[in-house]
Design a protein around this ligand. Structure first.
Ligand SMILES: CC(=O)SCCNC(=O)CCNC(=O)[C@H](O)C(C)(C)COP(=O)(O)OP(=O)(O)OC[C@H]1O[C@@H](n2cnc3c(N)ncnc32)[C@H](O)[C@@H]1OP(=O)(O)O
Ligand SMILES: CC(C)C(=O)C(=O)O
Length: 568
């Protein structure tokens, strides 16, 4: 049960003292060095760790995306990780510009086994860690600060020796004071200084110091303060590549990574889509795409993000959430009316100026840039409005409703959405549109028509054969154009009708092109829309008038064919 007073059980985070912090006014203008830890930190958090086949597929994917540093495992911990390192090295599967990294505890037999796994590697990063946090020193290791430093330095000395014994490999050394963010900052600096000295790091041969938020335990500005404080107090900042390793326990791993890069970190360790211990490691895809939306290329390629997600889902045997930033199945989709309206208007502006800066409301990124289409950008349910409905009719069926008709038709779709409680697909919308405007062919139907005019006269004469209540009738009229002449003919036949508004456009191209006419008529006391589609624009407009009259005289419920069963 939650405590009435949680302060009796939980302590607030103690912030580092850095009143003149510089990082808040920094901007990220180049990408950090990225290191994928999917095959190690991600892997150690899986229900079923990856086998060799899944590890290999994931490794190839990471290379293809553009990672230059990849932590491939913990070879001293499992035979699979050992064998995987051997496979990559012996089969020469690591591209020349990619460096593999492996993790080990600061224990001699594990370090020796690690070097066995790396024998013959062209380039490798050996990553050693020990916990420096006071609770771990006391509870897990039962050591004081100097013992803790000794564990780190003894391991560093052994690693240095093993590296010197294998000069054929281009080695890099990495040290992590585990739980950096809950370690006393002066002690973190003290232990890293000692490790740096033991290793003999120089500006020419820098080492990586990785400052992990092993468990995220404070707002991300605190992590940034700690990284800036560390960088300002360490003895030889230029002998170090400063790396961060954010976890996501508070759900702010991405913010933490961004703020720590602003605070001076050169490198970020994380995973694709954020798999990792507990709530995960920081998601590098989100970090990279966040940079991209600021106009900075992240040096990773997510042009085809959906297959990347599917591959990661396969390797991890874990799904990616449909709302996951930049990739989830629903992240480029708007259901709500006002969002759809704004997107539709933004897309229309963009169509006229496709090279302009991206300014489509509610879409932080062009879905096309990550290999997604505009198809699912707008989907319709009971939360939607006329903008979304018109967008789908236009995009997928080439029907560009005039504004007043779109307002009227949205009520038809709203009724279906409310009645079914389900998403209405573009096919359903088209069906409702056809039922309502195209398929009502009685009591009036147009059979054929003939137009004639006198030379030099703007007036046209129209003779049309119509069907009225099953009887063929010939009607005639004259006007300034075919539609006016048709209305005259209907009035002469006894129908009380006049045109209020008229729009038309063509649909399709070449031999398949057809005309669509939207006619708003006054019939009796009612103002009503009709829509006609035909190869000829004159026939389309006359069919539109007939459609309006048939709707006027029809008392069938609107879009009655669309039912919950037909949606199932
Ligand atoms: C934050 C992180 O993600 S760190 C990475 C964690 N990943 C993993 O642990 C996955 C792989 N690990 C393993 O398979 C195993 O832990 C092994 C093979 C490495 C070691 O296994 P074991 O020898 O059985 O030890 P175990 O896992 O229980 O580790 C605990 C011992 O290691 C010591 N230890 C733990 N971490 C470290 C470290 N970084 N450096 C030195 N000693 C350490 C502990 O103090 C403890 O010692 P004790 O037995 O004297 O009390
Ligand atoms: C080994 C270290 C970097 C780690 O995984 C962590 O602290 O989360």
């Amino acid at each position: 049960m939650m405590l009435a007073d949680p302060s009796s059980k939980y302590r607030p985070f103690v912030a580092v003292d850095l009143p003149d912090r510089q990082w808040p006014s920094k901007r990220i203008e180049t990408p950090p060095l990225w290191c994928s830890v999917d095959l190690r930190d991600g892997n150690q958090a899986l229900i079923d760790p990856m086998d060799l086949e899944r590890k290999r597929r994931f490794f190839d994917l990471l290379v293809q995306v553009g990672f230059k540093q990849i932590e491939i495992g913990f070879p001293s911990a499992s035979q699979i990780d050992f064998d995987f390192a051997r496979e990559l090295i012996e089969d020469d599967l690591v591209p020349d510009d990619v460096t593999i990294q492996v993790l080990t505890q600061a224990r001699p037999h594990l370090i020796d086994r690690t070097f066995e796994a790396l024998k013959g590697a062209k380039k490798a990063i050996v990553h050693v860690y020990n916990a420096t946090d006071p609770v771990f020193r006391r509870v897990v290791f039962n050591v004081d600060k100097s013992d803790c430093i000794k564990i780190a330095c003894d391991a560093t000395a052994l690693i240095r020796q093993r590296m010197e014994e294998a000069p054929e490999t281009d080695w890099t050394f990495q040290y992590s004071p585990e739980l950096f963010t809950t370690t006393e900052m002066d002690f973190a600096v003290e232990i890293v200084d000692a490790v740096m000295e033991t290793y003999g790091a120089t500006a020419e041969k820098p080492m990586i110091v990785n400052l992990p938020a092993t468990v995220e335990c404070a707002t991300p500005n605190n992590y940034a303060d700690q990284v800036e404080w560390f960088c300002r107090h360490i003895s030889h900042r230029d002998h170090l590549i400063v790396s961060v390793h954010p976890h996501n326990d508070r759900g702010t791993g991405v913010a933490a990574a961004e703020l720590t890069v602003m605070a001076g970190a050169d490198r970020v360790e994380g995973t694709l889509f954020g798999n990792g211990e507990r709530t995960g490691n920081v998601d590098i895809v989100t970090l990279a795409m966040n940079l991209y939306t600021q106009g900075v290329h992240p040096a990773l390629d997510f042009s085809n993000i959906t297959p990347i997600m599917r591959e990661v889902e396969h390797c991890n045997q874990l799904p990616v959430h449909p709302r996951h930033p930049y990739v989830g199945d629903l992240v480029f989709t708007a259901f709500s009316g006002s969002h759809q309206d704004a997107i539709k208007k933004g897309m229309a502006v963009r169509r006229d100026n496709p090279d302009a800066v991206w300014e489509v409301p509610y879409l932080p990124i062009d879905p096309m840039d990550v290999g997604r289409s505009y198809e699912a950008v707008i989907r319709v349910n009971s939360q939607s409005g006329k903008g979304g409905i018109s967008y789908l009719l236009e995009q997928e069926h080439g029907i560009e409703l005039p504004r007043r008709l779109s307002i009227e038709f949205s009520q038809v779709v709203q009724e279906v959405a409310d009645r079914t409680g389900r998403e209405i697909t573009s096919q359903m919308i088209y069906q409702a549109f056809s039922d309502e405007y195209l398929d009502k062919t009685a009591p009036f139907a147009l059979i054929n028509h003939r137009l004639s005019s006198e030379p030099d006269s703007p007036r046209v004469h129209l003779e049309a054969v119509i069907e009225h209540k099953g009887q063929r009738q010939t009607i005639q009229g004259e006007g300034n154009g075919p539609l006016a002449a048709f209305i005259k003919a209907l009035v002469a036949y006894g129908v009380d009708v006049e045109i209020i508004d008229y729009h038309e456009h063509s649909r399709g191209q070449g031999a398949d092109a057809e005309a669509i006419a939207y006619v708003e008529v006054r019939a009796g006391e009612e103002s009503i829309f009709g829509v006609g589609i035909d190869e000829s624009i004159t026939s389309a407009s006359m069919k539109g008038v007939m459609g309006a009259l048939n709707r006027h005289l029809d008392d069938e419920p609107v879009a009655a064919n669309v039912t919950a069963e037909s949606l199932a």
